[in-house]
Design a protein around this ligand. Structure first.
Ligand code: DAS
Length: 220
């Protein structure tokens, strides 16, 4: 699990604070410890790649994340990756990864709409589902997935529709790829567009950023 910040790692003044909280304050170990059930479904190792509110995402962070994902997925002892991420730019990060991750292994990007300190925080169940999905045979070769609120969306198509409701990630026109139900993924469709291992995009290993706002890629 690669942690990058966002509301899922956010905290508020009280349990009833669901807006006006601070994103990206809670570290990966705390996120993992909040969901002890993860140990029953996978052998999860956590890593804090960076800690930001995702409106501050930039090319440097994207490259750092993409390179780490590709390095880890090349290892035999890694079956899949879960990335915790802020929801504001979850669709941009996911689509970038869909183009540059060179593996068929599952990559699931997950976030939350309520901070970790809120009543009925959605982070823990989203995290639990994301880990199951990332370890599932069904998710292999499906491209980068965005999973929140029991719904599985394709990185290529997903968009955030509402600023605050839990039911915000949608794929207009094409629909969800599937659902998480009873601790299992159920896929109803899949993208036929080129992605991940079949993408013809430049490998992130040969990209570098000179400044946070400008990024140059050396074609391979
Ligand atoms: N500001 C948001 C972000 O980090 C909070 C969130 O929804 O995660 O994208």
């Amino acid at each position: 699990m690669l942690a990058t910040g966002g509301t899922i790692a956010g905290s508020g003044a009280s349990s009833t604070t669901v807006v006006g909280y601070t994103a990206a304050t809670v570290g990966i170990e705390t996120l993992l410890n909040a969901v002890p059930e993860l140990k029953t479904v996978a052998n999860v190792k956590g890593e804090q790649v960076f800690q930001i509110a995702s409106e501050n995402m930039n090319n440097d962070y994207w490259l750092k994340l993409a390179k780490r994902v590709n390095t880890l997925l090349a290892q035999d002892d890694v079956d899949g990756i879960v990335i915790t991420h802020g929801t504001d730019t979850i669709e941009e990060t996911s689509y970038f990864l869909d183009l540059v991750v060179k593996s068929k292994k599952p990559v699931v990007v997950v976030g939350a709409m309520r901070p970790s300190t809120a009543i009925s925080a959605d982070g823990p169940i989203n995290l639990f589902n994301a880990v199951i999905l990332a370890g599932s045979d069904e998710a292999v070769g499906k491209g980068v997935l965005v999973a929140l609120n029991d719904q599985i969306n394709a990185a290529r198509d997903v968009t955030k529709n509402n600023t605050s409701t839990a039911d915000t990630f949608r794929t207009p026109e094409l629909g969800f790829l599937g659902y998480m139900q009873g601790n299992k993924p159920y896929f109803y469709r899949q993208s036929t567009r080129r992605h991940t291992a079949d993408s013809n995009s430049t490998s992130p290993a040969s990209m570098s950023c000179r400044k946070s706002t400008s990024c140059t890629a050396t074609p391979t």
